[in-house]
Design a protein around this ligand. Structure first.
Ligand code: NAD
Ligand code: MLT
Length: 312
């Protein structure tokens, strides 16, 4: 009997080619399913492949009769109920490395767009306005970039920020002053990073511990005029607190690739001229999508045919 691999979010064709080369495997693309359709489809699947759109809930996992592995073509697994999967002995595997570079590049693009108000100026010019006074920015050189979460993406952002001649200060529970020294950056506690940074960028997963890490109290501790970048996960910032901090003038600007609710219908943060935003595009490059699709498809095959995952 062939393994049934159900794919419920868009996946790059290079990943599909990996599946096609495998004997005894049938894949089924079924995107934009209603919850009821998904509950029916999952019943016979041996593997489920998703990106971030499909919500892999406890109910979905408990409806799966044959499911052995859930593959996430990307990093964040916050759309998957890991506890429910674990209770049923279902493996959850992600593609941790494939989009690191793209997410770091997007973070730098957001940092530079924010500091020079490029989206606002672009929009104004496209609307036939020639306004040079309104769009005065600030330089990055000699400013301090505070990085919260120095994992794969945070570290890549640190290298790039140093190339912009920024001072980099980072906090991560696994970062030591010695390691920071070795990387040529400053080590700080969360409080020190909040106190000292001119720009703060977040690169942690969304966990119980990081939910609303940047809240009212955190904004109070920041320098006046600080600018915030979030290309990690929406829920890490308390959006109401950010909104108030911008209105009060404490935060001069924010660049957001991610929002607490995605996709959204109406969001008041996006009405503020100080906010620049993209619709979760950090990993949206040809290269990253190819990488994560190939990595996760390969891992699903390894697991179904040999019982191991390699998390390449
Ligand atoms: P990673 O696991 O390599 O790094 C995360 C780091 O956060 C780790 O070093 C961890 O120690 C640290 N951390 C955990 N809790 C922390 C806390 N309370 N305070 C400070 N640091 C903490 O992950 P990554 O690949 O670098 O991804 C980072 C984030 O970016 C994730 O949320 C991921 O989902 C997101 N992401 C977004 C996009 C996008 O399209 N916008 C693309 C890729 C990844
Ligand atoms: C990730 O966690 O990998 C990113 O948010 C990109 C995605 O959702 O595909």
């Amino acid at each position: 009997m062939a393994f049934h691999v159900l794919i419920t979010d868009p996946l790059s064709k290079e990943g599909i080619q990996v599946l096609e080369q495998q004997e005894n495997l049938q894949y089924e693309f079924a995107t934009d399913l209603s919850s009821d359709e998904l509950l029916t489809k999952i019943e016979t699947a041996d593997a489920l492949l998703v990106r971030s759109q499909t919500q892999v809930t406890r109910q979905l996992i408990e409806s799966a009769g044959n499911l052995k592995i859930i593959g996430r073509a990307g990093v964040g697994v916050d759309n998957i109920d890991i506890n429910a999967a674990t209770e049923r002995g279902i493996i959850v595997v992600n593609a941790p490395n494939g989009n690191t570079n793209s997410a770091a590049e997007h973070t730098m693009a957001m940092l530079m767009a924010l500091s020079r108000k490029i989206p606002q100026a672009h929009y104004s010019l496209k609307n036939q306005q020639w306004d040079r006074k309104k769009y005065v920015g600030v330089e990055l050189k000699n400013k301090t970039l505070g990085i919260i979460g120095l994992g794969r993406i945070g570290a890549e952002v640190a290298y790039r920020a140093k190339g912009q001649r920024m001072n980099v200060m980072a906090y991560d529970p696994f970062l030591t002053p010695e390691k920071a020294d070795h990387l040529g950056i400053d080590y700080g506690t969360v409080k020190e990073v909040l106190n000292k940074a001119d720009f703060i960028t977040i690169h942690t997963p969304l966990l119980k511990e990081t939910k609303h890490l940047l809240n009212e109290e955190a904004f109070r501790q920041m320098k006046p005029g600080v600018q915030i970048i979030n290309c990690a996960r929406g829920g890490i910032i308390d959006e109401e607190a950010l909104y108030q901090a911008i209105l009060e003038g404490k935060v001069a600007g924010a660049a957001l690739d991610v929002l607490e609710e995605e996709p959204f219908h109406h969001h008041k943060l996006l009405n503020l001229p100080e906010v620049v935003a993209t619709p979760h595009l950090g990993a949206s490059t040809v290269e990253a999508q190819e990488n994560v699709a190939v990595d996760v498809c390969q891992d699903v095959i390894w697991f179904l045919t040999g019982g191991v995952v390699q998390n390449p």
